[in-house]
Design a protein around this ligand. Structure first.
Ligand SMILES: O=P(O)(O)OC[C@H]1O[C@](O)(CO)[C@@H](O)[C@@H]1O
Length: 530
């Protein structure tokens, strides 16, 4: 298509929301103009389902749950007055807690204000808080934020080393909706040990965000932590960023959570429109459907031209892939659905994988995110008539057209600036797009049956490890190959798992397992004797 024709298509298709200062450009998606009309009946059904969901229908039938993340920024829409009150009360508690911490009314045991924040969580209980902390953080933050988002001991050591002696002025927020996630439990235990080793009483530094009567909830109340904020079963982990999960760390960091919620709320209003062309989430969902043939046939590459949006693709990976990546549709038919999401940031990626995007396998579509405001204040000229920010804009435009020339499609989202309101709006935009798209492809976006299998298998591995250690300790004079061990435990079929466990045990001093090299690595001999 010629440039002037594209310009006409741009004007014809551009969605712009003046209140949010947000645009969605689908002109570089090559669907015909008739496409929107063709999809209209399906989309109207998706709007209908979304309205039912917002009214409190059991939108997650497998878990018999309502799906209420939209109420978090508009409590008056919650289906009962009690829920509305709980949402408002929790928001008030978040603000009161953060303000007491900032004012020093809730202080470190040495009487000094808390200066650092250690957030312990994983998945939806970390990705949202991390995205907000990174996109909106600044040198003026009220607290410096750190994360334990894994059960990697070295990762935790690295964070603790950064905190250093600041641990005595560190507040720990442990976040887990279920309250039983092992990675988070381990992070909490490791944090507690670090505090104890520094002569500090963990409970005086800890607050929880979790479901009522969960394991974490009980621990927090038995040990007398500083407080607990609720998580509800009608908020999914990956859509929990506007609950206490995201709001408490953000408020503690000093981010204006009212503006974050307002941005999300205004975007929610816009994405409730049943006029497809006026609904930016519907336009995104339709673009995804077109690009992937409604079957995930192409990957979504997210290219924000802004360092502060670096973690957005990581956040969206969970939101989109955990929501849409489903084996069965809502009728129980095998569909193997999903959309693969990856990305980083422009123009950095220009010097990494954009080569393949332009010339290699055409199995993707791009979502560009353009941010108009370069920085606070004026910029120096890096050459006559151009700033660094002008270059960033130039590279965005250059990549968009270079890809389009080669029939690589893209959507562009433009926001004026990075602010709590625009981050709230982006989050709400994608939450709604995922919900609408899930309706279009008939999958339940709000459950995640697939993650249970890996968790169960990990439990089995840890149980087998226990048996191996017991056997090694019972016969300290003996050394075992993995085959010996599997036979001795009467689990010959588990020999590979036994080998992997033994190799890992011997690589670490905690369990006192040593190794003697065999001819082949799988013939190594392991022993608990010295
Ligand atoms: O908040 P929780 O219950 O610790 O769960 C963390 C994450 O684990 C998952 O259940 C996946 O295992 C995510 O959906 C969730 O965000």
């Amino acid at each position: 298509m010629q440039k002037l024709q594209l310009w006409e298509r741009y004007k014809n298709r551009l969605y712009h929301n003046a209140e949010l200062d947000l645009s969605v450009d689908t002109s570089r998606m090559n669907f015909p103009d008739s496409y929107l009309e063709e999809m209209e009946p399906r989309l109207q059904k998706a709007f209908e389902e979304m309205a039912d969901l917002e009214a409190g229908a059991i939108a997650n039938p497998d878990e018999q749950r309502m799906v209420g993340h939209y109420w978090l920024r508009a409590p008056q829409l919650a289906p009962t007055a009690e829920l509305a009150e709980e949402i408002k009360a929790t928001l008030a508690s978040v603000k009161a807690f953060a303000s007491s911490v900032h004012q020093g009314n809730i202080a470190a045991p040495d009487g000094h204000r808390f200066e650092n924040l250690l957030v312990v969580g994983i998945g939806g209980s970390a990705l949202g808080p991390q995205f907000i902390a990174d996109s909106l953080g600044s040198a003026q933050d009220r607290m410096k934020v750190f994360f334990f988002d894994n059960t990697d001991p070295d990762g935790m050591d690295k964070v603790l080393a950064e905190i250093g002696s600041g641990l005595k002025r560190t507040l720990t927020v442990v976040i887990s909706k279920s309250g039983g996630t092992k990675e988070t439990r381990n992070g909490m235990l490791e944090a507690r040990q670090a505090f104890e080793q520094a002569g500090l009483h963990f409970a005086a530094h800890a607050v929880a965000v979790t479901g009522s009567d969960s394991e974490l909830d009980r621990t927090a109340s038995q040990e007398g932590w500083l407080g607990t904020l609720p998580m509800w079963d009608w908020v999914g982990g990956r859509t929990s960023v506007t609950s206490a999960v995201g709001l408490l760390p953000a408020a503690l960091q000093g981010i204006d959570i009212d503006r974050l919620l307002a941005g999300a709320r205004i975007c929610d209003q816009a994405t409730r429109s049943r006029s497809t062309r006026d609904n930016p989430a519907a336009l995104l969902a339709l673009s995804w459907f077109h690009a992937t043939a409604g079957k995930g046939e192409r990957d979504m590459v997210l290219l924000p031209y802004k360092d502060r949006l670096l973690l957005f693709s990581r956040y969206l990976q969970q939101l989109i892939m955990e929501s849409l990546g489903k084996e069965l549709d809502r009728d129980g038919k095998k569909v193997l659905q999903g959309i693969t999401v990856y990305g980083n940031k422009g123009s950095t990626d220009q010097h990494a994988y954009v080569q393949q995007l332009r010339e290699g396998v055409p199995n993707f579509f791009v979502t560009f995110i353009e941010v108009l405001k370069d920085r606070e204040g004026a910029s120096m000229l890096v050459e006559p008539g151009a700033t660094s920010g002008d270059y960033l804009s130039g590279f965005f435009q250059g990549t968009r057209s270079a890809l389009y020339e080669k029939d690589r499609e893209s959507v562009t989202i433009t926001i004026r600036e990075i602010s709590p309101a625009s981050i709230g709006a982006l989050i709400a935009l994608y939450e709604r797009a995922v919900g609408l798209y899930a309706s279009l492809i008939n999958v339940n976006a709000y459950h995640q049956p697939g993650v249970e299998a890996g968790k169960k298998a990990a439990g089995t591995v840890l149980k087998l490890q226990g048996e191996i250690l017991e056997m090694l300790r019972r016969q300290p004079e003996r050394d075992f190959t993995c085959a010996d061990m599997a036979m001795t435990l009467a689990r010959p079929e588990e020999v590979e798992t036994v080998f992997i466990i033994l190799r890992h045990l011997a690589a670490n001093p905690s369990h006192g397992v040593s190794v003697t090299a065999g001819e082949k690595v799988w013939e190594n001999r392991f022993s608990a004797g010295k």
